[in-house]
Ligand binder design. Structure first.
Ligand code: GDP
Ligand code: MN
Length: 385
């Protein structure tokens, strides 16, 4: 689950990490009033669950009420796109007014889980303020990425290494230590999946300040954190993801053209790999789980079909508790709503009642190719499009 920048900064403050003074506003009047509190200059920042706002005009230094007024008219209640929102646009309901920082340098600092090291990793770069993916591809030597020892936490030695890598003055050591230890504590206590400070700045008073902040949380741990759940802004989330979550279907929206319906997370991952290695891109991750009934399967298929980017639907089912004939009937329920506009289907069914399931689908007029294994799926995919 993601939260807004202003909420992330409130959490950072609770954990002793310096952030600029700011006021969050929900309409033009409160925005104008908040601006007055900062005197004659402030930075206005649209609040959406996506980065890249600066490049799309959503972060602006303003120096008079007219600029503030124009910014409010341009963004409040409007939809906004950045490189990170992809094809979707997101609604702007809040604008943050922030004191202007005088920046000497911008750096990148993030914490995330590294599955292969079974650790939380710290990632830093002196190239802050820009897209970290771009730094990673063009100047990988400008990124330092290392695991934190689970028992020791971030050590003084590691913090010293970060200090040097960022070319910070030794006088900043205790400030950097305070920030890194605070972030690590926040990460553990609130079960985060990502904390990204981009940029972390050195200002003209030589203070280290988190100028932007993005925090995501581990969905499976949210039940422990009511305070975090309260921060959820459903307006910013993908509609299909919300609907499927209510049904207990794991669905993650992606940007490709091949919709996937799979049971079991492992099989779902393998299926996405096959799509990728066939030169196509998955439109979603979807795990319908074990004991799905006809209704739930129909909803899963409907969710995939409602994604306008889907050109092919790939079904990869292993019938255990789930019966393939039940699945087929569920699919048809959803497909019948689309009739001739239904996309091509590739179906692999194994296990309980798989023959019956295939017969049911074969008796329809939908454009279906059947596959027996991942290899065949790949071959069919490579013939398509
Ligand atoms: P993002 O584009 O969504 O990542 O939004 P950020 O909050 O990171 O802002 C983008 C960029 O705007 C930053 O990297 C800074 O260069 C600039 N910026 C934001 N706030 C200030 C500020 O107070 N002073 C100055 N000089 N630049 C700022
Ligand atoms: Mn940023």
């Amino acid at each position: 689950m993601k939260i807004h920048e202003y909420q992330s900064k409130e959490l950072l403050k609770l954990f002793g990490i310096p952030t600029p003074e700011s006021i969050v506003t929900e309409n033009k009047i409160s925005l104008l009033n908040a601006f007055k509190e900062f005197g004659s200059r402030a930075v206005l920042k649209v609040q959406v669950h996506a980065g890249g706002r600066g490049k799309s005009g959503g972060v602006k230094l303003v120096e008079n009420s007219k600029d503030v007024n124009d910014f409010a008219d341009k963004f409040f209640g409007k939809y906004f796109k950045t490189i990170q929102t992809g094809n979707d646009s997101v609604l702007i309901n809040k604008i943050l007014v922030e004191e202007v920082s005088n920046i000497l340098s911008e750096m990148y600092l993030a914490l995330l889980v590294d599955g292969s090291h079974q650790s939380i990793n710290i990632i830093v770069s002196p190239e802050g303020g820009t897209d970290i993916e771009e730094v990673a591809s063009k100047n990988p030597e400008k990124i330092l990425n290392f695991p934190v020892n689970t028992i020791l936490g971030p050590t003084d030695f590691q913090i010293r290494e970060i200090l040097d890598f960022l070319s910070l003055d030794i006088k900043s050591f205790s400030k950097l230590k305070n920030i890194i230890q605070g972030l690590y504590k926040l990460y553990l206590e609130k079960d985060c999946s990502l904390i990204e400070i981009n940029p972390l700045i050195v200002d003209n008073r030589h203070e280290l300040i988190a100028l932007d902040a993005k925090i995501s949380f581990d969905e499976d741990a949210l039940y422990k954190h009511e305070d975090i759940l309260d921060l959820r802004d459903i307006n910013q989330e993908n509609e299909i993801e919300i609907q499927t979550a209510e049904l207990g279907i794991k669905y993650v929206q992606l940007k490709g053209s091949v919709g996937c319906i799979v049971n079991g997370a492992g099989l779902a991952m393998a299926t996405m790999d096959v799509i990728q290695s066939s030169g196509l891109k998955p439109a979603n991750f979807l795990d319908i789980g074990g004991g799905a009934d006809e209704e739930k399967i129909s909803k899963a298929m409907s969710a995939v079909l409602s994604d306008v980017n889907v050109k092919i639907v790939l079904v990869n089912l292993f019938g255990g508790i789930l019966r393939c004939d039940v699945a087929s009937r569920g699919f048809i329920m959803a497909l019948d709503k689309y009739q001739s506009s239904a996309p091509k289907l590739i179906i692999r069914m194994q296990g309980t009642n798989s023959e019956e399931g295939k017969d049911i689908l074969n008796a329809t007029n939908y454009n279906i190719s059947f596959a027996e294994n991942l290899d065949q799926i790949s071959k069919i995919l490579m013939d398509k499009e």
